[in-house]
Design a protein around this ligand. Structure first.
Ligand code: ZN
Ligand code: ZN
Length: 111
């Protein structure tokens, strides 16, 4: 069952509630299965640079609480952290480049 944001609910409280919901457990498991329990940035052609547990990253929070499977991507902890660090670093730079690089990585959000 989708999680709906309550009136005047703090975004972080809502996010917390979503992360504890049955919907999240289910869609998270489905995303991991779809990607064969591999990091979305895993490159089969090169020795893997993936490290750590798999997180499920939101490409967009547009449907938080009622995510579509394509809103999410599994990322290993290493790539997840590297990805967020890069986005933070690029926040002050021109938008065009950020979007281009994010597109290249196949990941669009920063959460
Ligand atoms: Zn990885
Ligand atoms: Zn993330």
């Amino acid at each position: 069952m989708p999680v709906k944001r309550r009136k005047n609910e703090d975004w972080h409280d809502f996010h917390d509630r979503c992360m504890r919901s049955k919907h999240w457990q289910e869609i998270r498991a489905e995303v991991l299965r779809l990607f064969d329990y591999k990091c979305g940035l895993n490159n089969n052609l090169k020795p893997s640079t993936c490290l750590g547990v798999l997180d499920v990253h939101h490409r967009t929070y547009d449907r938080l609480g009622d995510e579509d499977i394509f809103d999410l991507i599994p990322l290993c902890r290493h790539h997840h952290e590297a990805f967020h660090a890069e986005l933070n670093e690029e926040k002050s730079k021109p938008k065009k480049r950020k979007v281009k690089r994010a597109k290249k990585a196949g990941v669009f959000g920063w959460f």
